[in-house]
Write a new protein. Structure first.
Length: 170
């Protein structure tokens, strides 16, 4: 997990603590997804359990504010990339820079693992998230047709190249 190789990835910024997700956090992560997706979490308890079990090939980070889990990011090592499996911030805590903070963590995580890219898929209709990713430097690699099972929506396949400084010390 993160703390085993780089304590600098865990920090505290203006009352928001970034910590590793533990199994007991799963209901809190599902609560966040329910708030965002009409009362139903797209990820079951079992999916989270499986994801959190893959400690060697991924990492999940939560953002805690005054004891409440207000957001999280999931990362998985895939080929040349650290892939964002999920990123979600409670509605009341959006637009304060927390998502950007977690994307910075994703970049750091990729660099620590000598990966050249951060990748993700996002719903084609999710304009605000796509705008944020573009601002971050992600480019669109392509469209994955009919990617989301629940509504048959297309996904935008995005990639952030980390450049020549991938192996730098952070
Ligand atoms: C997408 C998501 C993770 C972004 O998280 P966030 O915490 O709102 O992200 P940020 O606050 O860093 O950035 C969002 C916007 O707020 C702005 N912002 C950042 N800090 C700010 C601040 N202190 N004050 C005002 N605005 C700020 C950013 O510039 C950005 O603006 P933009 O929309 O014009 O690009 C969040 O909206 C979310 O959980 N959405 C629902 C789930 C989802 O869509 N996940 C993505 C799946 S791929």
């Amino acid at each position: 997990m993160l703390s085993e190789y780089d304590d600098t990835l865990i920090n505290q910024t203006e009352g928001f603590h970034v910590e590793e997700v533990r199994m007991i956090d799963i209901p809190y992560l599902q609560h966040i997804l329910k708030q965002l997706y009409g009362g139903k979490s797209p990820w079951s308890y079992t999916i989270f359990l499986l994801e959190l079990s893959r400690k060697d090939s991924g990492s999940y980070l939560k953002v805690v504010y005054q004891g409440e889990v207000v957001g999280f990011i999931g990362l998985r090592l895939e080929g040349e990339a650290a892939h964002v499996t999920n990123i979600a911030i409670l509605p009341n805590y959006q637009n304060r820079g927390i998502g950007s903070m977690l994307l910075e963590k994703a970049k750091q995580y990729a660099r620590v693992h000598n990966k050249n890219y951060v990748t993700l898929e996002v719903k084609a209709s999710n304009e605000s998230a796509i705008r944020l990713y573009h601002r971050f430097g992600f480019i669109t690699k392509g469209i994955k047709r009919d990617y989301y099972r629940e509504n048959h929506e297309d996904a935008v396949d995005m990639s952030l190249y980390l450049g020549a400084d991938t192996n730098e010390e952070i």
